[in-house]
Design a protein around this ligand. Structure first.
Ligand code: HEC
Length: 152
């Protein structure tokens, strides 16, 4: 009985890891596929962030909304994103993809909502938080990207 419990407890983390991998797979396959690789997709996110910035400077709600929509509805790249990492880093990167996807959506929405109310200071704060999230992921992962020689 004791052993059954021990074995069951040992299986919990394995189950959680598998579930997490499934979720990263599910997240990526839930998005339409772009005709571009991960790096090119990142360039698009960069343009989206600039557009939101310029929208705030110009007090143009539509520009902010358009940029936010790109972040909210960006497609998946034409390859599994984690293949840009070495095999040993892929699980960790999957977890970051999952976590940051929600965070980026949250801050992008918050920026657009503040802009829609004409609260440009608040929009700017939310955009700073959005950019902060981009920067955290870059600090953790950018240097490791391309370490896999089959990086598309
Ligand atoms: C899940 C982690 C993650 C998040 C979140 C993330 N990035 Fe990136 N980003 C990367 C990685 C990894 C690279 C390097 C890709 C490569 O070199 O293949 C990168 C590269 C870039 C580049 C450089 C592309 C090039 O041509 O070298 C830009 C621009 C960029 N990201 C913008 C953004 C913006 C803007 C956001 C937030 C709205 C963002 N990223 C959020 C992981 C992330």
């Amino acid at each position: 009985m004791k052993y059954v419990l021990i074995v069951a407890l040992m299986l919990v983390p394995i189950g959680m890891t598998l579930a997490q991998q499934d979720s990263a797979e599910a997240l990526v396959s839930s998005k339409p596929k772009a005709d571009m690789n991960y790096r090119q997709l990142m360039e698009v996110l960069g343009e989206a962030s600039s557009m939101m910035h310029m929208g705030i400077i110009r007090e143009n709600q539509q520009m902010v909304r358009t940029g936010a929509d790109i972040v909210l509805h960006h497609p998946a790249p034409n390859h599994k994103p984690w293949t840009i990492m070495q095999p040993g880093d892929q699980d960790g990167f999957k977890q970051s993809l999952l976590a940051f996807d929600k965070i980026l959506d949250q801050f992008a929405s918050r920026t657009a909502e503040a802009a829609a109310k004409g609260d440009w200071s608040k929009a700017n704060e939310a955009l700073t938080e959005l950019n902060g999230a981009c920067i955290s992921c870059h600090a953790a992962w950018r240097g490791k990207a391309g370490a896999n020689s089959s990086n598309p």
